[in-house]
Design a protein around this ligand. Structure first.
Ligand SMILES: Cc1cc2nc3c(=O)[nH]c(=O)nc-3n(C[C@H](O)[C@H](O)[C@H](O)COP(=O)(O)OP(=O)(O)OC[C@H]3O[C@@H](n4cnc5c(N)ncnc54)[C@H](O)[C@@H]3O)c2cc1C
Length: 292
């Protein structure tokens, strides 16, 4: 690993200012960054440790039920927060798929987002939940949807001297539910060949009032399956509807073929996993729907 300097600021503004230096990079859990630095995949001259900034590890559920957590809060800390675990189970389930317990004790969801890997597990779950990113830099604070923040593999809309400070997740509704599922050849310690996150909000009559589906590992960034989402609107969930949404999500996907799976295989997985994620939402809302 090449030599680097290290700073451990204690405020968000200091951390952002330190990241304005050329060659500077934020370190949250380091479970992506340190590996990349060791393998020479990322040249970093100055490491800015975010874990000593209280705002960046804080977790708070507001009176309206919405969640705001610091970008450097670990998956383990989020999972140990009783309200977060109870009210945002899909986010925690996705976080719990990241590596092992040891990895989760360090890894943050902010790091999962900013690493900008197409196969990041927490990102589709957060996108399905309607999460937004709160960025801080010289120009002040700004909010971005996750699909506007992640631009391509390893590439984000963050500018030098700007950090992801926090992630906001809207309050769950009594008639809403979310689910994230993925396919990996091994059960643990593997990267998603495909992941699918879904979020549904039902109207009083049981029809779909709002739907979001987000997919991992089938495009240069995690992406929304918008044709599938539109098809669900106003309809009452049935096995046939969820299967059709799965087919449309597969058409929305833009997979490539690589060592982990061909594009055709990935599309076939999207069809199944999107329908399963939707069925998972329906099950939480009291409706059991069998899908393949
Ligand atoms: C053995 C192993 C297994 C893994 N398994 C999985 C898996 O199953 N699923 C999965 O999705 N990932 C997996 N990962 C990848 C990794 O653990 C996750 O992406 C994790 O969430 C990264 O978080 P981190 O806090 O460690 O990020 P770091 O490594 O600290 O940072 C990642 C990147 O984001 C930047 N960054 C971090 N925080 C900020 C911020 N607040 N503002 C601006 N930039 C920031 C860093 O500069 C760096 O470029 C695995 C990694 C390992 C080593």
């Amino acid at each position: 690993m090449k030599d680097f300097t290290y700073a451990a600021p204690t405020t968000t503004d200091e951390a952002a200012a330190a990241l304005a230096a050329s060659g500077a990079r934020a370190l949250a859990g380091g479970t992506d960054l340190i590996v990349q630095m060791r393998e020479g995949r990322r040249a970093v001259g100055h490491v800015v440790d975010l874990k000593r900034v209280p705002e960046l590890t804080a977790i708070a559920v507001a009176a309206d039920g919405s969640l705001r957590f610091g970008a450097a809060a670990s998956v383990a800390a989020l999972a140990a927060h009783a309200t977060v675990a109870a009210k945002f189970p899909a986010m925690i389930e996705a976080g719990r798929m990241i590596g092992s317990w040891q990895i989760q004790s360090r890894a943050s969801l902010g790091g999962n987002i900013c690493n900008a890997s197409p196969s990041a597990d927490a990102v589709p779950a957060l996108m399905a939940l309607g999460a937004t990113a709160e960025l801080t830099g010289k120009g002040g604070r700004r909010s971005l949807a996750l699909d506007a923040l992640i631009l391509g593999p390893g590439k984000t809309a963050l500018v030098p001297g700007e950090i992801l400070a926090a992630i906001r997740v809207p309050a769950p509704d009594a008639r809403s539910a979310a689910k994230y599922v993925r396919f990996t050849p091994r059960r643990e310690m593997d990267i998603a060949v495909v992941g699918a996150g879904a979020w549904l909000r039902l109207a009083e009559d049981g029809s779909v009032a709002e739907a979001r589906i987000a997919l991992a590992a089938v495009g240069p960034t995690p992406l929304r399956a918008t044709a599938a989402e539109k098809r669900l609107m106003g309809e009452k969930p049935t096995a046939a509807l969820l299967a059709e949404a799965g087919r449309l999500a597969a058409a929305d996907a833009r997979p490539i073929s690589d060592t982990r799976g061909s594009a055709d295989y990935r599309r076939a997985l999207v069809k199944v996993l999107a329908a399963r994620a939707l069925a998972g939402c329906c099950a939480q809302l009291g409706q059991r729907i069998e899908v393949p």
